[in-house]
Write a protein that binds this ligand. Structure first.
Ligand SMILES: C[S@@+](CC[C@H](N)C(=O)[O-])C[C@H]1O[C@@H](n2cnc3c(N)ncnc32)[C@H](O)[C@@H]1O
Length: 219
């Protein structure tokens, strides 16, 4: 699971920022930034930080993709690592950010356990994930630009249960994008074949491009 995500982001890192320069992503970032402003404090780590849109000089960024980290301009505290095995001491951070689908791509259970380990008591985890559950499956296989990706999907209950199980309480939880139209915009660079496949997948309109944003507190 992880290796394909790494290969995908290594291959597309230079395109990442321009791909997300659109109204949908701006709307999402606005919601994320509002949540970060409300809850982030003290020492902050961004897990799956990508090109670093939530980083600044003080924060620490971790990502599995070296090429994504190379695109980070705002921060020098960068570590290439898997979210499931963070090379970080126990109980050192006050806030863990994990935004924009990183939990969809990694072993979400291990990554959440790790978040708990590195956070101090009462530390905050702020996350946003895609909710691409079109049918029944918890893991979807999607071919994205030639890369076969395994994508974890979550219902609201599953996400809250995941964090509870790993020692967090839920502070705030929202669905996003209901009235947005991100779907085809996101996939405009896909081949015709891939577009047809996505169309045939027929995600119900309610889950198209839907995302969750949430804040949890370590107990
Ligand atoms: C959609 S991008 C989001 C990047 C950033 N958080 C943002 O908000 O723009 C997902 C990121 O998760 C990273 N990623 C995927 N699997 C990972 C893993 N197991 N451990 C750490 N990072 C991972 C990818 O390399 C990629 O940078």
């Amino acid at each position: 699971m992880t290796n394909t995500a790494k290969k995908f982001y290594d291959a597309t890192a230079k395109l990442y920022d321009s791909r997300h320069d659109n109204d949908t992503a701006r709307y999402l970032r606005k919601r994320e930034n509002k949540m970060i402003k409300k809850y982030a404090r003290g020492k902050v780590i961004d897990i799956g930080c990508g090109t670093g849109c939530h980083l600044d000089a003080e924060r620490t960024g971790i990502d599995i993709s070296y090429n994504m980290l190379m695109e980070c301009k705002s921060c020098k505290n960068l570590i290439q690592s898997r979210a499931e095995e963070l090379p970080v001491k126990t109980s050192v951070f006050n806030t863990a950010i994990c935004m924009f689908s990183t939990l969809n791509l990694c072993d979400a259970d291990k990554a959440t356990e790790e978040m708990n380990r590195i956070l101090r008591n009462n530390g905050i985890a702020i996350i946003s994930v895609s909710s691409v559950r079109g049918g029944e499956k918890k893991t979807k296989n999607m071919r994205i630009e030639g890369f076969r990706m395994k994508i974890n999907t979550f219902t609201k209950k599953e996400l809250i249960d995941l964090f509870r199980k790993n020692g967090f309480e839920s502070l705030e939880f929202h669905g996003m994008f209901k009235s947005q139209k991100p779907y085809w915009g996101w996939y405009r660079n896909f081949s015709l074949c891939e577009k047809i496949k996505l169309f045939l997948d027929k995600l119900p309109p309610s889950s198209r491009g839907r995302m969750y944003i949430a804040a949890f507190r370590k107990l």
